[in-house]
Design a protein around this ligand. Structure first.
Ligand SMILES: NC(=O)c1ccc[n+]([C@@H]2O[C@H](COP(=O)([O-])OP(=O)(O)OC[C@H]3O[C@@H](n4cnc5c(N)ncnc54)[C@H](O)[C@@H]3O)[C@@H](O)[C@H]2O)c1
Ligand SMILES: [Zn+2]
Length: 1292
């Protein structure tokens, strides 16, 4: 590629040894040969890079050195790519190779590659013959700006990364940006994380440059030539060069000042203390830079928690990382998908941090920021564990805090969301440039800004000012352009409503003539129809893409509002009105907006919109002749040069209410009586009558609460002008009490709209207040709360407060928690981020409330099942399937009572079943059956096994009941047997009313319902005699133990010195049954190779019914635990590799059958494995992988990578790896592998005759054959007896 950038030199440790430029190979070799002369150069690279770049290097080297008197040698060695090569083994083998090639003290080593090659080769250079000269040629962005600079070299050892290494400075570092042309996109982004990191703690200008050029960078990097795989960097060459040089300079400067990590050098580790902890868990699926991105956000949040950093700085950091495609949390969908939602338990993160090399003693050290580009101190700061825990945890515990009665606390809440969003929109619609101060930075703001940017509606620039960030908005006067990408608005109601009206201004462009507005799931349920109707009637083209009346909407560009008279139903949301008001000046004619359908809701928001429009130069007139009608002139907005967004008055209710409930004083300095916000009246209208002292000026509010516990109830208050504040008022009402004959409750009315907010807030408050022992109930348009007599009566919610993903719920209850005796858990504390990301930090730093991070063990493990523990069990199935006999056996075996629901019903209603059916018809019968089902579920929650009538699943309500029972982790077992047998049985049963339909049709109709309404399945084989029955009962016991979660099979097997499994390889297991006792003698588990069973006609795999039946047969004859295996073709079996749907059906069947072990091939897609994990209950999963090629070596990267994949997500109970031995040594390497991989029980063997030794050395569930079996399941398989004999011989 041609280049326009000059080659730059950067000095480090007093030498000009870093060279940055484009296409440096030739000049680099010249400089190496002349500047660091040697007879031997050793080039180390990896096998990804070698084919692309090595030939050019070798050729150029030859050309340049040919003319020399004694041309030096260039020896090249390549290693496997990836972290695995940073090992003792790789290092040793390269060293041996160098020695064999007579390398000496004056050989020069050249490391061409990413950080892996640089670190490992650098360490070789540091130790080879006590140290040889070396040159770094970084080829990844990360290596260019980070790992190649500073002289840190290292390898990984089993106990941790980078633990063995040396400081060894390279002679030169050649940063040739041309290498980036072949770098994969993800690796580029990974490197961007380090560049963003450096800018974030050091240089705000650089940070700004990164913010401003996101699109340029990403576009360049995504623009890859499909054939060559090369990206065209010409457009960003200059910028990239400046960026890399800038980043390198910072690192070089810091390293030069502190070469050996005395203190300053630690600042380079911003984001790394916590980032490394995540990396320890998430590697290798998540890359270093990605973990550092998550770490940066957590460390920035930590700075905020400690009162050092503003909300907006954290938001800015988060935004830029997201923009570059980096994750900012482990909940990022890509991270979850890549790691199978691997848990990152706080305890484990804390432990990982404890072994950080930076730590001084026990205290963890973190680089703290005070702003973008500003560090708190020029080193990492010691931080208490408690603070780090709070930042890492999802939930938070609020402890009762001793408060200073006379403390006066000043709090400035974040800017108002309503004002922010209006200001953004009005500024964008203006034909001027304005500076917006104190904007709220929230998801809503981001959505609004992104949408406006997407519509080319304005240009935004952040400026860091003294008092936080300021947004400069260059408006486009209402000229919007359609966009071909959907505009995603998350759950931002304001953005959705405002934009629905404003996008009607959009003009079509080359690639788009419509605009699609969409949102998340919840947003797609929130109403918008009245607004859409009004807009449609006024000439715009809007259609619904999914549900009628909700987002997503498609708006036709160029169909503008016509103006004139518009009628709008305004009793559901004032946002509709505001949306229309703001868009109206751009309609073709002046608009008259008439609000119909009764009193408009939230008039104050309408007034706010009108007042703000006036500040932006458009004056709306209220009609003098017509009620609730407004006249909007045509015009163009013109923003003032600066606009100050008032703090959010709803948010301000929390600090003010804090004063009220705790008896302290709080000042909110920028909201007073002149406020435009309805909630600004909270202090005067709510707190004052409750007994607080309130002092309000035009622009400030001060509240002092009465002594704790002495607030007075409000009796009845209409909070319609400040609906969002009702939650705050509710928690105060919870402790408000008046001594009178009859306790006086508080009734808050006028808040019906709160049912359609983030959640049904009225219902949520009633429920959560109840958890504090406060009685409350719903009113049609409000809530009634009976305050407790004394705050000491407040109870601690047992399982914590549920936040409903609603910031206001979480913040309100945090207030009540402060006065509740005993610690209160608030779940999902992060929901406050919607309007006040730093809320908890203010609570802690300003109000001195003691907080503690909390993590529920259940959240960590993901979906966790608890043993059934005596909970009643329901049995469903066809009449004649054996529900009564099976039910009896189940009850016996579990020590429970059995009850058939038919006789129960007969007794309850005093009529026989045939009588009921005759008199009430089937319909009536089903109704009574439902009554019975409900009754026993409620009355007998434990201790019973109930057999339901065969037709119970015919009613939808009954199906719902049964499904809910399963959902709540209850057990419903479907008992079934061969339909032919059922029919035979039924035809001889004359005591029951006969079916009206043909019996087969009945079965067909119900089959799916039975499946949907049960979580377990028992196949009742034809049990002909007492012996069969006895056997079956025995098996049933084992199966039930697995189903209810008390089975000890797995523990017992692991405890044994040796265990074995025998594989059944018959197309029909019936053939093995005569000898089954003998066959399985000595084996602990019996494997059923499902893929080898008789395939269904015209198919490649057996039918579900056949598999069901086969397992039924096995269980009739033997009680041995089963291993259910579906072996795919590539893994050496017969199951079609890509028949995911069938495989999943079979897996689900296995789980339903309560099989003890299920083999899951690691190579199945992640989504499929996830489904199995979610449904598995107590079945143990074996993560398996096979290599038949014999190409995978036990010390090679493939098995290592597979192992890491297999332990991902912690779902595997046993890992089973089967390789192929081509030499005796393969067994030894396997043993080494076994020694190094002990995270999970490991079953590792080699196939082939040569591999037989590995079968003797493996201890857990070694697969064995038996002389009676017709064929061996795998090459090299031997019998248990043979293994025991061999083990004896070798003294094992
Ligand atoms: N020494 C230090 O100060 C320091 C600092 C940070 C990170 N590190 C270490 O760096 C390592 C990570 O380095 P990395 O991110 O460069 O990973 P890497 O070396 O594994 O390279 C990433 C991938 O990109 C491929 N690749 C490299 N250059 C390429 C190119 N030009 N074209 C196509 N493919 C290319 C590699 O083969 C590899 O698959 C870690 O081991 C980490 O511990 C060290
Ligand atoms: Zn790093």
């Amino acid at each position: 590629m041609t280049t326009h950038v000059e080659t730059t030199r950067v000095s480090i440790l007093g030498k000009d040894s870093i060279v940055v430029g484009y296409g440096l190979i030739e000049s680099m070799i010249k400089e190496i040969v002349s500047g660091i002369p040697s007879s031997t150069y050793i080039l180390i690279t990896d096998t990804n890079i070698a084919p692309i770049h090595l030939p050019v290097f070798q050729k150029t080297f030859k050309e340049i050195t040919l003319s020399l008197e004694n041309p030096p040698r260039l020896l090249c060695q390549t290693v496997a790519p990836g972290e695995h090569s940073k090992s003792r083994k790789t290092k040793a083998s390269i060293e041996d190779w160098m020695l064999q090639n007579r390398c000496t003290r004056d050989s020069v080593l050249i490391a061409v590659g990413g950080g892996v090659i640089g670190d490992m080769a650098g360490f070789i250079a540091a130790t080879f013959m006590r140290g040889i000269k070396f040159v770094q040629v970084p080829t990844t962005l990360l290596a260019m700006v980070d790992s190649s600079i500073g002289g840190k070299t290292a390898i990984d050892v089993p106990l941790g990364k980078n633990l063995i290494g040396a400081f060894w400075q390279p002679q030169r570092i050649f940063v040739d940006l041309a290498f980036l042309e072949t770098l994969p996109e993800r690796e580029f982004i990974n490197g961007m994380a380090e560049i963003i990191k450096t800018a974030a703690f050091w240089d705000e200008n650089e940070f700004k440059r990164l913010e401003d050029n996101v699109d340029e960078f990403l576009t360049a990097f995504r623009n890859r030539n499909a054939e060559t795989g090369i990206v065209d960097l010409s457009l960003i060459q200059t910028m990239l060069h400046a960026l890399v040089v800038g980043s390198i300079k910072v690192k070089a400067h810091v390293v030069s000042a502190d070469e050996r990590e005395g203190g300053l050098r630690n600042i380079l580790n911003f984001g790394h203390t916590i980032g490394h902890a995540y990396e320890a868990i998430l590697t290798p699926q998540i890359l270093h830079g990605e973990c550092v991105a998550i770490g940066m956000i957590k460390e920035a949040e930590l700075s905020r928690y400690l009162g050092l950093l503003s909300d907006s700085a954290v938001a800015r950091l988060s935004k830029i990382l997201t923009a570059y495609g980096l994750p900012v949390s482990v909940n990022d969908p890509v991270v979850r998908q890549r790691t199978n939602s691997r848990a990152t338990p706080v305890d484990q993160l804390m432990r990982a941090m404890a072994i950080d090399k930076k730590n001084a003693g026990a205290q963890k050290k973190v680089v703290l920021l005070t702003g973008i580009g500003k560090i708190y101190e020029p080193k990492a700061t010691g931080v208490a564990d408690d603070a780090i825990r709070v930042v890492l945890s999802r939930d938070i515990i609020i402890k009762l805090t001793a408060l200073e009665r006379y403390a006066k606390i000043e709090v400035t809440p974040p800017g108002s969301k309503s004002i922010t969003n209006r200001a953004l929109l009005l500024a964008a619609l203006s034909n001027t440039t304005t500076k917006l101060h104190n904007l709220l930075r929230s998801d809503d703001t981001e959505h609004m800004m992104n949408a406006i940017t997407q519509l080319s509606g304005a240009e935004f620039t952040w400026i860091t000012g003294e008092a936080g960030d300021i947004l400069e908005v260059k408006g486009k006067g209402g000229q919007l352009v359609a966009s071909s990408d959907d505009i995603y608005l998350g759950n931002s109601g304001t953005s959705a409503r405002f934009l629905a009206a404003v996008v009607t201004l959009a003009e079509p462009c080359e690639n788009a003539d419509t605009v699609v507005l969409t949102g998340n799931k919840r947003m797609k349920e929130r109403p918008i129809a009245p607004l859409v109707n009004a807009l449609r009637e006024n000439g715009s083209g809007i259609e619904y893409l999914e549900s009628v009346g909700c987002l997503p909407l498609r708006v036709t560009a160029g169909m503008h509002l016509s103006g004139g008279r518009v009628e709008l139903a305004a009793s559901i949301s004032s946002q509709y009105v505001s949306a229309l008001l703001m868009a109206a000046p751009y309609a073709e004619d002046p608009t008259v907006l008439a609000l119909v359908g009764g009193k408009p809701i939230s008039q104050s928001y309408i007034d706010m919109t009108i007042a703000m429009m006036a500040s932006f130069g458009v004056h709306v007139k209220k009609s003098t002749t017509e009620e609730n009608t407004y006249e909007i002139p045509k015009g163009v907005y013109s923003a003032p040069p600066a606009y100050y967004v008032e703090s959010d008055a709803s948010s301000a209710t929390y600090p003010l209410a804090f004063a009220a409930i705790t008896g302290t004083t709080c000042v909110v300095p920028n909201i007073g009586s002149s406020s435009l916000q309805g909630d600004a009246k909270f202090a005067v209208d709510v707190l004052l009558p409750m007994g607080c002292e309130v002092v309000q000026t035009a622009t400030s509010t001060t509240v002092t609460g009465p002594a704790p516990g002495s607030l007075r109830p409000l009796k009845r208050v209409d909070m319609e002008p400040m609906t969002d504040a009702f939650l705050t008022a509710s928690v105060l009402a919870a402790v408000a009490h008046e001594n009178s004959e009859k306790p006086i409750p508080t009734q808050i009315v006028g808040i019906a709209n709160q049912r359609v907010k983030e959640c049904d807030r009225i219902a949520a408050m009633v429920k959560e207040l109840g958890k504090f022992g406060v009685f409350a109930c719903e009113l049609p348009d409000g809530i009634e709360i009976h305050g407790v007599e004394s705050i000491r009566d407040l109870t601690v919610p047992k399982d914590g407060v549920h936040s409903y993903d609603d910031h206001r719920v979480a913040m309100s209850f945090s207030l009540l928690s402060v006065v509740t005796e005993g610690p209160v858990l608030i779940k999902d504390r992060r929901c406050v981020e919607k309007t006040w990301p730093g809320f908890w930090d203010v609570l802690n730093a300003k109000f001195k409330v003691a907080l503690e991070g909390f993590e529920d063990a259940n959240d960590v493990i993901g979906k966790k099942f608890v043993p059934n523990n005596g909970r009643s069990i329901f049995i469903i199935g066809m009449r004649g399937a054996g529900k009564t006999s099976c039910g009896g056996w189940i009850a016996d075996s579990l020590g429970m009572k059995f009850q058939d629901l038919d006789p129960y019903m007969e007794e309850k209603f005093g009529r026989t079943i045939p009588q009921i059916v005759r008199e009430d018809k089937w319909e009536g019968f089903r109704k009574l059956e439902l009554v019975v089902l409900k009754e026993v579920m409620e009355k007998y929650p434990s201790g019973y096994v109930f057999a339901c009538g065969g037709g119970v699943v015919e009613s939808l309500e009954a199906r719902n009941l049964l499904q809910a029972y399963i959902e709540s982790a209850g057990i419903v077992i479907h008992v079934h047997r061969d339909v032919k047998l059922i029919m035979e049985y039924l035809s001889v049963d004359v005591t029951r009313p006969s079916y009206v339909d043909d019996m087969f049709a009945v079965w067909q109709r119900r089959e799916q319902w039975f499946a949907d309404c049960s979580n377990f399945f028992i196949y009742n084989s034809d049990l002909s005699d007492e012996k069969d029955v006895a056997h079956f009962k025995l098996t049933l016991r084992g199966v039930l133990e697995t189903m209810i979660g008390v089975s000890k099979v797995h523990e017992k097997i692991l405890a044994k010195p040796r265990s074995f499994f025998l594989s059944l390889t018959y197309p029909d297991v019936q053939d093995a049954m005569p000898d089954i006792e003998e066959l399985t003698a000595g084996s602990d588990v019996l494997e059923l190779r499902v893929d080898l069973l008789q395939p269904a006609p015209h198919e490649q795999s057996p039918s579900l019914a056949y598999v069901q039946e086969q397992i039924g047969i096995i269980r009739k004859y033997t009680a041995i635990p089963l291993l259910f295996t579906i072996r795919t073709v590539t893994q050496g079996g017969k199951f079609p590799d890509h028949d995911y749907a069938k495989a999943l059906d079979l897996y689900m069947l296995a789980l339903k059958l309560g099989i003890e072990y299920v083999d899951v091939e690691v190579s199945w897609p992640n989504w499929m494995i996830q489904k199995i994990i979610d449904a598995r209950r107590f079945t143990k999963l074996i993560a398996s992988n096979h290599d038949f090629s014999g190409k995978w070596k036990w010390d090679g990267p493939e098995w290592q990578a597979k192992y890491e994949e297999a332990i991902t997500g912690e779902w595997a109970d046993i890992i089973k790896f089967v390789g192929f031995a081509t030499s005796r040594m393969d067994n030894i390497y396997l043993e080494e592998f076994r020694d190094l991989h002990k995270t999970k029980p490991f079953l590792g063997i080699n196939m082939g005759k040569t591999g037989q030794l590995s079968r003797v050395l493996n201890k857990i569930l070694t697969p064995v054959t038996h002389p009676l079996l017709p064929v061996k399941a795998a090459p090299g398989q031997i019998s248990a007896e043979e293994i025991l004999a061999a083990a004896e011989l070798i003294g094992e």
